[in-house]
Each structure stands twice: as structure tokens, then as C-alpha cells.
Ligand binder design. Structure first.
Ligand code: ZN
Ligand code: ZN
Length: 403
């Protein structure tokens, strides 16, 4: 009983700290919103977030994990307990601005860090905030993982804005990857086509092979393609042509199989046409494994904040994010808080950009910061809970991801 009282006292302190920082957090979300920057170019956002953290007495390491626009700050000690990290995103969309609400993610995780840091001295463990650039394209978290930026982190927490009043906890995400194919042929006047090697024919042939094999794919496999360069004039045999495919599947492992299949298609098209093909790919965003025990704790804490969250249908088809790769390595949550009740407003639109800076959105952001900080507290203050989370993670992650 005594312990429970102590816990609610600590949580009250967390809530108070975040509340006291409200003005700074609102200013932070506003500044980032007013200065949208694309992935890996988020230098202003980096300065705004660092400035806020430094104002509250924390030291910020810029350029963390080998990425110029990443950062990290820590509080507490890693000697006697685990590390809970809040992840901040702050990249925007080309021509749309903050149409995915990442300005709110940055302010929310900053607030969560300030909240948990205010009580971390009394806890066995450490709280960190890690800036993860380029979520919208560039898979910053995959690069940070490869550079070891999460090696001393045990739990990763963040929220993502949603809309239409749907507050979703434990939503999954699918694996995805963009693959680019280029063919080099030989140009010729179309009156003497035998002098040329038609690169566009090779591209079209790759599309046809994919369509031919499509009925044999797993039902969850999805390959969508565009021709990004199909030649320059109709009276010239295209010397160069290119296309790009967005691959989605249930697992990163399956994506790798599909990439191998596309390579076979390209090799076949080379043999048929004589054009020389090259295949390149972006980092794969892995499928997501939400940590159910942490999600439940976040749901409970958000209920205290007056926001009811629901568990979505796990079979629904979802988008993809680089948080999936983090969730394979360590227990992670990426839960959704609605910033607008309007069901017609879709993410990645100018309407959503406008919705990402309303008083309602900013208030949800502050509530989310409190909820995330309290959830971090639940983890650091309870070793049994930590063990439960780690056990769930161990059972949840497929064997093929464990060497
Ligand atoms: Zn987003
Ligand atoms: Zn987005």
C-alpha cells in the first residue's frame, strides 16, 4: 500500500513537471511546424529541441549515432537499472509541411523526457531521448540501429498523431521497401530500331514478369510499380529507362525474398533485350511488434489523462514505419493519439498539416507526454514488470530474427 502511494506521488510529480513545461512544449511544436524540413535536413528542428532541453538543464549530444540531425540526452544512471528512451521524429513532407504531425511527436517525446527525468534520481535506471531523423523516407532509425545507437537502450517509447477520434494502442505495421531498377540500352532512331537496344522494353518486361507471378504470391504480398523514366521522344529507341517498386509484406524476411524475385526478373529481361539492368533498394522498414504489456500500461495512463484508447483489429492492413526495426531489437510502443475528430482528414495532406497545430492537437501532445512519462515510470520502478515485458518480447519476435 505504502509503495502504491509513493508511486502515485511520483506520477503526480511527473504530470506537474510536464504541465510546467507546457508553454515551452507548445512553442517547440509550433516552431517545428512553422519550419518544415525534409529528412536528414532537420537542422532547425534539432536546434529547437536541443534549445528546449538545454533550457531545462540537460546536455544534448548532437549528431548522435552518426546522423547529423540526430541527437541524444540522458538523465539518471545506467549502472543500476535499464534505460527507457523516448523517440522523437521531426521530419516533414515535401510540399505539404508537417502533414504527419511529427512536430507533435518531437514535443511529446521532449515533454515525456522532462517528466520522467524529474523523478529518475529516485529510480534504478536511466531515461533518454533520442532524435530519429528521416522517418518519412530514409529510414533514420534503421541507420541508427546499424550504427549501434540503440545498443544501450532497453525500451523505446513514442506516440504518433492520428485522426478521426481513433486512439489506437498496439497497432501493427507492415514491412516495406522501395526497389529501383534501371536499364541501360542503346539509343537509335526509330526508323532503324535494329541499331538500338530498347531499355523501355526491358522495364515493361519486368512489369509483365511480376504480373505473371502475382497469383503465386502470398496474399499479403503487395508490389506496386511506376515507370519513372520511359524515354524522351517517341521517334527514339530509349537508351535508358527506369522504374521503381514499393514492396509490402508481412515480414522483412519476406520482403527480402521479393527483392530476390525482382532481381531474377531483371536478369531475365537483360537476357531477352540485351539492356543492362541494375537494382538498388532503400533500407527495409520492418513489420512492427508492439509490446503489449507496455501498450497496456500506456492505455491505462492515458485513461487517467482522460483519453480512452482501443486495441485495433490486428488483421487490418496498416502502413509502415522504421519503428518496426526498433521493435524487433527491443520492446517498443508507437501508439496513436487522435488530434482531430474530423474523420475526413487524412494524414499526409495539407488539411492534416493544419490539424497538427490546433489547440486540440497541442493539448493531446501534452497529455501524451504525461502518459508516456508515466509509462516510463511504470517500467523503471518495477523489475517484475520489466521481466514480463522482456518475456513477451522474447516470445513475440520470430526465431529468424534471432541469430
Ligand atoms: Zn509519421
Ligand atoms: Zn507519415
Amino acid at each position: 500500500m505504502e509503495n502504491k502511494n509513493a508511486m502515485s506521488k511520483a506520477k503526480a510529480a511527473i504530470v506537474q513537471t510536464v504541465e510546467q513545461a507546457r508553454e515551452d512544449l507548445v512553442q517547440l511544436a509550433t516552431s517545428i511546424h512553422e519550419n518544415p524540413e525534409l529528412g536528414f535536413e532537420e537542422f532547425k528542428a534539432l536546434d529547437f529541441i536541443s534549445g528546449t532541453l538545454e533550457k531545462h538543464g540537460f546536455t544534448v549530444q548532437k549528431g548522435y549515432g552518426g546522423l547529423a540531425t540526430s541527437f541524444r540526452a540522458d538523465a539518471g544512471s545506467k549502472e543500476n537499472g535499464p534505460t527507457v528512451a523516448f523517440l522523437a521524429e521531426y521530419d516533414a513532407l515535401n510540399g505539404i509541411g508537417h502533414g504527419c504531425g511529427h512536430n507533435l511527436i518531437a514535443a511529446c517525446s521532449t515533454g515525456a523526457f522532462l517528466g520522467l527525468a524529474s523523478v529518475v534520481k529516485e529510480l534504478p535506471g536511466r531515461v533518454s531521448i533520442i532524435g530519429t531523423p528521416a522517418e518519412e523516407g530514409g529510414a533514420g532509425k534503421v541507420k541508427l540501429l546499424a550504427n549501434g545507437a540503440f545498443d544501450d537502450v532497453d525500451f523505446a517509447l513514442m506516440m504518433h498523431p492520428s485522426g478521426g477520434g481513433s486512439n489506437l494502442v498496439g497497432r501493427g505495421g507492415r514491412a516495406a521497401c522501395t526497389v529501383k531498377v534501371e536499364f541501360q540500352g542503346r539509343g537509335a532512331h526509330s526508323s532503324v530500331p535494329k541499331n538500338g537496344i530498347n531499355a523501355l522494353s526491358a522495364v515493361i518486361n519486368v512489369f509483365n514478369q511480376i504480373d505473371l507471378a502475382r497469383p503465386t504470391f502470398d496474399p499479403q504480398d503487395n508490389i506496386n510499380g511506376i515507370i519513372s523514366n520511359g524515354g524522351t521522344a517517341s521517334n527514339i529507341i530509349p537508351a535508358f529507362a527506369s522504374c521503381a517498386f514499393c514492396l509490402r509484406a508481412d515480414t522483412m524476411k519476406r520482403i527480402e525474398d521479393l527483392i530476390e524475385f525482382i532481381k531474377v526478373c531483371v536478369a531475365n529481361a537483360e537476357r531477352l533485350t540485351g539492356a543492362k539492368g541494375t537494382v538498388s533498394r532503400d533500407d527495409i522498414s520492418a513489420e512492427r511488434y508492439p509490446s503489449k504489456p507496455i501498450c497496456q500500461a500506456f492505455k491505462d495512463n492515458m485513461a487517467v489523462m482522460g483519453i480512452e484508447m482501443t486495441w485495433p483489429d490486428p488483421k487490418k492492413q496498416y502502413g509502415s514505419s522504421d519503428i518496426g526495426n526498433v521493435s524487433i531489437k527491443i520492446p517498443a510502443i508507437h501508439d496513436y493519439l487522435s488530434i482531430t475528430d474530423d474523420k475526413s482528414i487524412q494524414a499526409h495532406t495539407k488539411e492534416y498539416t493544419a490539424a497538427s497545430i490546433t489547440p486540440q492537437a497541442l493539448d493531446v501532445c501534452i497529455k501524451g507526454a504525461k502518459g508516456l512519462a508515466m509509462t516510463g515510470y511504470d517500467i523503471l520502478s518495477d523489475r517484475t514488470f520489466q521481466e514480463e515485458i522482456l518475456k513477451y518480447h522474447e516470445e513475440q519476435i520470430p526465431e529468424f530474427y534471432k541469430q
